[in-house]
Design a protein around this ligand. Structure first.
Ligand SMILES: [Zn+2]
Length: 314
């Protein structure tokens, strides 16, 4: 009996040890989209509230020592004055965030003419460069991760962003934080505290199921762990729960790294031949490029989808 216990213990140790070793090397780069603030509810872009929510979010990244690369939709929050916009974006820079472009109007390349899309990028450049105070504008994130519906459009726009000095910023931990955030903001606006609590109770758990899925899928597709890239949005929900989200990642063995550092991993030079109208994780793109059978990440909970459908669309 003693021998059995001993061997059970040892086999459990050896089963866990490789995971523990791998976990200690885990890295994730945090990227935040839709600055100054995702349009996730009424009054989201009023300057006073925007400043407070931005500080609240940034304070959590600073406290957790998580470097940030953040993507600005230059035409977001159109009622902000230039000074107010500059003030809010400077808060991000003061917190150490590197700012990248996410276009001027958040156009959908799956639907838009590529020449219109390219003009929108140029318009964003013109609006952003004066705000950056001479700091470089190196990274570009496609809205909705839509890289082009045909091979020709995809190649054309990729060449265009490269010609303007941009590096495309991929995403591996793709997720639907935006859906949780929209329901949360709507519940906040209507004083539905029960729904707010429901969203808060389930958001980080949902994000963990997505992270868990992509961790396993990375091993299947790439064969080993890689520096992951998380997409999240500048919104009220993340301003309230970023600490819980970052704590979950740390509990899973992650340390935070920069997008620049993550992109040095050779995996991000791997071919990515997906062409279509879906905005999907690079893990899926690589699996399709390799001809592997499709596997989808966990869906948003049904109750959330139903609540999201109830929100009046603009
Ligand atoms: Zn976006």
């Amino acid at each position: 009996m003693k021998r059995l216990l001993c061997c059970t213990y040892l086999s459990a140790f050896f089963a866990v040890a490789p995971f523990a070793f791998a976990a200690s090397k885990r890295e994730v780069a945090i990227t935040v989209d839709d600055l100054p603030f995702a349009q996730s509810g009424p009054r989201a872009c009023g300057f006073g509230g925007l400043q407070i929510q931005t500080l609240h979010l940034l304070e959590q990244f600073l406290r957790q020592k998580a470097p940030i690369t953040a993507f600005v939709v230059a035409g977001n929050c159109p009622d902000l004055t230039d000074d107010d916009r500059r003030t809010v974006l400077k808060l991000w820079q003061d917190a150490g965030a590197e700012l990248g472009s996410h276009t001027y109007s958040h156009l959908d390349l799956s639907k838009e003419d590529p020449s219109v899309f390219e003009a929108d990028i140029v318009k964003a450049d013109g609006a952003l460069r004066p705000v950056l105070g001479g700091r470089p504008l190196r990274y570009f994130r496609y809205p909705m991760l839509h890289l082009g519906p045909t091979p020709e459009i995809k190649a054309r726009v990729a060449r265009f962003i490269a010609s303007r000095g941009y590096t495309n910023a991929p995403v591996t931990f793709d997720n639907s934080d935006w859906m949780f955030a929209n329901v949360y903001a709507s519940a906040l606006a209507t004083g539905n505290m029960e729904l707010m609590a429901h969203v808060k109770d389930e958001y980080v758990h949902y994000m963990e199921t997505v992270v868990d899925f992509f961790e396993q899928r990375t091993l299947e597709v790439v064969g080993h762990e890689i520096p992951q890239i998380l997409l999240m949005h500048a919104n009220r929900l993340n301003a309230d729960l970023a600490t819980d989200l970052l704590t979950m990642l740390k509990r899973r063995g992650y340390r935070f790294t920069t997008l620049e550092q993550a992109l040095k991993d050779p995996v991000y030079q791997s071919p990515e031949n997906y062409v279509g109208t879906n905005g999907i994780s690079w893990i899926h793109r690589w699996s399709m490029t390799k001809g592997m059978p499709d596997k989808s990440e966990p869906q948003e909970p049904r109750w959330l989808q139903l609540e999201f459908q109830k929100i009046p669309k603009e």
